[in-house]
Design a protein around this ligand. Structure first.
Ligand code: ZN
Length: 249
């Protein structure tokens, strides 16, 4: 190749190289985004996001409780005699221990949703461990139940969480469908959930709003009021996460 041709090709090759590097960075950041927040990602630790598709069963799950309005959710579930799983925050359990206990006494499962609902990305393992361990201790002390499932605040997992989950004998739980009940109207939540459930689905709603005192969860209440009879009519059985994932235990 003569010098003139080499000079002519060089910018094109450089551009291609630049494009390839750009694509690599893009792919890496897309992978990282999925690893941290993807519902089926197990990059940072063992995690489930749905149960077996062989049974017409689903799990209703509620995050961010207990709240002052959780008893109204319990009343609705009792009306239809259905079980659910509540991922409680240690801080909220400390604020409302009687409500946390009432959840367990009604026969529902209690999961760990961290102590202070902090986002766990970019945090050292020490911090992650403290968040999960404290919530385990507070929940067990106040309700008598020791959670076996952990749902990460905002669905965000990070380096080190896998070891922490193992040490605390927890398994991560994401969701098959999330209702966006903290920002949408009840009709939209019902439509979204009813349109996306299938056998083995794990549905994520919220009986609190992070650590807010007396949060407004009217949308969640209305959505549950409409969804439960609708899904029962479709033949779904409501199960706790443990029952849905391990039906033979
Ligand atoms: Zn949450």
């Amino acid at each position: 190749m003569d010098a003139q041709r080499r000079r002519a090709l060089a910018p094109k090759t450089k551009r291609r190289l630049k494009l390839a590097t750009g694509a690599g960075v893009c792919a890496a950041s897309a992978f990282m985004a999925w690893a941290v927040r993807g519902r089926s990602s197990e990059v940072f630790g063992r995690s489930v996001w749905r149960g077996p598709r062989t049974r017409r069963a689903l799990a209703l799950t509620f995050d961010d409780g207990p709240s002052e309005t959780t008893p109204q959710i319990l009343d609705l579930l009792a009306r239809y005699n259905v079980a659910a799983t509540f991922f409680q925050c240690g801080n909220n359990v400390e604020r409302l221990p009687e409500v946390a206990r009432a959840v367990r006494q009604a026969g529902h499962e209690i999961g760990n949703h961290s102590h202070s609902h902090s986002i766990l990305s970019l945090r050292p393992r020490r911090f992650i461990e403290q968040e999960l361990r404290l919530a385990q201790e507070v929940i067990e002390e106040r309700t008598g139940a020791r959670p076996v499932w952990f749902r990460a605040p905002y669905g965000v997992r990070w380096f080190g969480i896998g070891h922490v989950l193992e040490r605390l004998r927890l398994t991560g739980v994401m969701w098959t469908v999330i209702g966006y009940d903290w920002k949408r109207k009840a009709g939209a939540v019902v439509e979204r959930v009813a349109g996306a459930v299938s056998n083995g689905a794990i549905v994520c709603l919220h009986d609190g709003r992070e650590l807010h005192v007396k949060p407004d969860i009217a949308v969640t209440l209305e959505a549950v009021r409409r969804l439960v009879p609708l899904l029962l009519d479709q033949g779904y059985k409501f199960e706790t996460v443990s029952r849905l994932i391990c039906p033979n235990n």
